[in-house]
Design a binder for this molecule. Structure first.
Ligand code: IPM
Ligand code: MN
Length: 360
């Protein structure tokens, strides 16, 4: 790759503030490691609608298509709180995921040592936790048909469908097993096979795939409700967790909070087309414009972009280390400001501290 072209979509709410911090870190990291990088920004979601554009404008999609990677902020705006899903700004993100067939969403849950005190769990439970959530991202309850609003003799009703073909389960299973091979060789597959046919098929498919190709990886099937409970009582026992779209969404918010805050969790959405990198958190309208946002998930997301899109895990690691160093200095945004001897800073200062740590 001669030049890494990144499409930047700042998104809504705190998106622009945290994206500014992340782009500065991304540029500095590329420069430090001699990687040629260019980036262009374009709007989507509520930010686009406010400019009189559709939630996913053609030129934004085109920019993404012409790029090697997409760095994407959070989408969502409370002005659409009562709107049907098809009209909400978040839909633009689902369209992007589907357009590029980004079926594998990797969400690493690894608390930074300096933040152990910010976790709601006792130190002995959380210390040493290192989990990779592999969430199926283009199927299941989010995308299957039929869906929509209908009416019958009992009145109006809404429908969504959880459907998975065996091939969809197989391809996400492969991602999970292959990730596990490079880690502690353990996969938990979270399902609801005791109640849902689609999840019985999920379980059978994962088991077959394991037996035929990945028998050296330890596989455990776990019901999703039990998995949520175990995640907060013995998180250290997990290595890779694979789950469908809806269950993976829920698991990753639990995982994020284990690390101290939803403001800490990055993610990579990979598949056939241009890979997309996005923090797990939302647009945080309650703190938008106050300067209090935590830019670290977005900065760590830029780190995942180097690791996965540029195949430069060394740069990803340098960004992770710079974040750890800024936290070691005692700097905290409000959402992670727990424990003694910490200094509460805003988004801008936190971003600058990471930059300084990266360059120093
Ligand atoms: C996430 C978010 C999205 C999702 C929303 C914004 C549609 O919660 O990335 O986890 O549910 O996938
Ligand atoms: Mn979510």
């Amino acid at each position: 790759m001669t030049e890494l072209k990144v499409a930047v979509i700042p998104g809504d709410g705190i998106g622009p503030e945290i994206t500014e911090a992340a782009v500065a870190v991304m540029q500095a990291a590329a420069k430090k490691f001699g990687l040629s990088l260019s980036h262009d920004s374009a709007p989507a979601a509520a930010a686009a609608v406010d400019q009189g554009l559709p939630p996913l404008p053609d030129h934004t999609l085109k920019l993404c298509q012409q790029s090697d990677a997409i760095l994407c902020g959070p989408f969502g705006d409370p002005r659409w709180d009562n709107a049907p899903p098809s009209e909400r700004p978040e839909r633009a993100k689902l369209t992007l995921r589907k357009t590029f067939d980004l079926y594998a969403n990797l969400r690493p849950v690894k608390p930074v040592p300096a933040l152990i005190a910010a976790s709601p769990l006792k130190r002995e439970l959380i210390d040493g936790t290192d989990i990779l959530i592999v969430r199926e991202l283009t199927g299941g309850l989010y995308f299957s048909e039929p869906r929509g609003y209908f009416e019958d003799a009992q009145g109006r009703y809404g429908v969504n469908t959880m459907k998975y073909h065996a091939w969809e389960v197989e391809r996400i299973g492969k991602v999970a097993f292959e990730a596990a091979q490079l880690r502690r060789k353990r996969v938990h597959s979270a399902d609801k096979a005791n109640a849902l046919e689609v999840m019985q098929l999920w379980r059978e498919t994962i088991q077959k795939l394991h037996d035929s190709s990945y028998s050296e990886v330890e596989l455990k099937h776990i019901f999703i409700d039990n998995c949520c409970m175990q995640l907060v009582s013995r998180p250290k026992d997990f290595d890779v967790i694979v789950a469908g779209n809806m269950f993976g969404d829920i698991l990753s918010d639990i995982g994020a909070q284990l690390t101290g805050s939803l403001g800490m969790l990055p993610s990579a959405s990979l598949g056939k087309g241009v890979p997309l990198f996005e923090p797990v958190h939302g647009s945080a309208p309650d703190i938008t414009g106050t300067g209090k946002a935590n830019p670290l998930a977005m900065i760590l997301t830029a780190g995942m972009l180097f690791t996965h899109a540029a195949k430069r895990p060394d740069i990803g690691e340098a960004i992770d280390n710079a974040v750890a160093k800024a936290l070691d200095k005692g700097l905290r945004t409000a959402d992670i400001a727990r424990g003694d001897g910490v200094k509460v800073v805003g988004c801008k200062e936190m971003g600058e501290a990471v930059l300084a740590a990266l360059e120093g």
